[in-house]
Design a protein around this ligand. Structure first.
Ligand SMILES: NC(=O)c1ccc[n+]([C@@H]2O[C@H](COP(=O)([O-])OP(=O)(O)OC[C@H]3O[C@@H](n4cnc5c(N)ncnc54)[C@H](OP(=O)(O)O)[C@@H]3O)[C@@H](O)[C@H]2O)c1
Length: 340
């Protein structure tokens, strides 16, 4: 039996807003008491934290699709953990849950936006990656916006990452020719040899535009854009007729300093001439269909048809470093933090 009164919570709060890339000084570790539970609430002992590119946007006070984190507030983020005390009849002690619990060791929830996990305890960290928000993003971005048909040529940027690696595997299962763009040779080897992508481009070593013209002689039917910038511009040079550009992320722009200007796209005319569509999306748009997507992804995973790779950092205090890894491409696979 856990005596909750004796527990202390440690949390990372936002200490200041970054200008350009964030660093550790933007966060502060604090120790706080865990309050008494109100009826309907439960306490989660967090086991794994998710670290995602969108967190950079929450640190900024620029207008976006979701509110900024206020200075002094616990940093937002998805997490999975185990319930250790509950006054909620639908969530029991021992249940494994995923939710937006933030960068802390314990969280209090009323059950809103928390989901019970039915996967094996040894797999629960996957509920932050391929079997969680990034997997859903891949699923809805590819199937609802990209609408792949067999033999389509699908190009994916940040292709070894949490979202990109799932997009590529789903596109392969849909009978497409899949090209991944990544920023290192180990990432290139992984998506080619382990995930069976058809072609790989290392954008740090190769001329992306030239390689895409060689690899995709009939043009690109679907571009799943995770980065924007120069890679998007290179893709626009080789679109197929009625191509679909799925704008999922623009990570190349997330860390611009306040006085820096984003890379301007100069060849948007190719959208017109190829009668292509460009559509951005935020995965929450598809919330009503999440249950079917979770079942689909979990079934693929159980059947061995969806591979996952995790990049694990240990301890809450190293979470800022984990975020910087994601924003600089040092992560290799879904970035998560284990709370030990
Ligand atoms: N629309 C939505 O609802 C939604 C939901 C989730 C994620 N997203 C977006 O999806 C994208 C991928 O997210 P993720 O969680 O799967 O992250 P991730 O791919 O696991 O990690 C980010 C990767 O982005 C690449 N990168 C970083 N800086 C870059 C730069 N300046 N230029 C080009 N590539 C850069 C790096 O890979 P390389 O080493 O290969 O360059 C890095 O490993 C992000 O843009 C994110 O914001 C959108």
């Amino acid at each position: 039996m856990i005596i909750v009164d004796e527990l202390k919570n440690r949390a990372l709060i936002l200490n200041s807003r970054p200008d350009g890339y964030p660093d550790e000084s933007n966060f502060k570790l604090i120790e706080i008491d865990i309050p008494e539970l109100n009826p309907g609430e439960f306490i989660v002992k967090i086991l794994w934290l998710s670290v995602d590119p969108y967190m950079r946007g929450r640190m900024s006070d620029k207008k976006s699709y979701a509110p900024s984190v206020e200075i002094g507030d616990v940093m937002v983020g998805g997490a999975v953990g185990k319930i250790i005390s509950s006054r909620n009849t639908e969530f029991e002690v021992g249940d494994l849950v995923e939710g937006r619990f933030g960068w802390q060791e314990y969280a209090i929830s009323n059950g809103m936006n928390a989901r019970k996990l039915t996967i094996n305890e040894s797999d629960i960290s996957k509920a932050l990656g391929a079997l969680g928000m990034p997997g859903l993003t891949a699923y809805f971005g590819l199937f609802s916006l990209g609408r792949p048909i067999p033999n389509d040529t699908v190009v994916i940027s940040a292709a070894s990452g949490a979202v990109g690696a799932v997009v590529g595997q789903l596109a392969k299962l849909s009978g497409c020719k899949v090209v991944g763009i990544v920023g290192s040779d180990p990432k290139a080897m992984y998506i080619k040899n382990e995930l069976n992508f058809d072609y790989v481009i290392n954008y740090k070593k190769e001329d992306v535009c030239k390689r895409l013209l060689e690899i995709c002689p009939n043009g690109i039917d679907i571009y799943f854009d995770n980065v924007g910038g120069e890679i998007l511009e290179a893709v626009l040079e080789n679109l197929a007729f009625r191509a679909r550009i799925v704008v999922c992320g623009q990570i190349a722009q997330y860390n611009l300093a306040n006085d820096e200007v984003a890379h301007g796209i100069t060849n948007f005319r190719n959208i017109l001439t190829n009668q292509a569509t460009v559509e951005g999306f935020i995965v929450s748009r598809f919330a009503s269909d999440f249950p079917q997507a979770y079942s689909f992804l979990e079934r693929l995973y159980t059947d061995g048809k969806l591979k996952t790779k995790e990049d694990i950092i240990i301890n809450l205090e190293n979470t800022p470093e984990a975020l910087l890894r994601v924003l600089t491409g040092k992560n290799f696979g879904k970035q998560i933090v284990q709370i030990v």
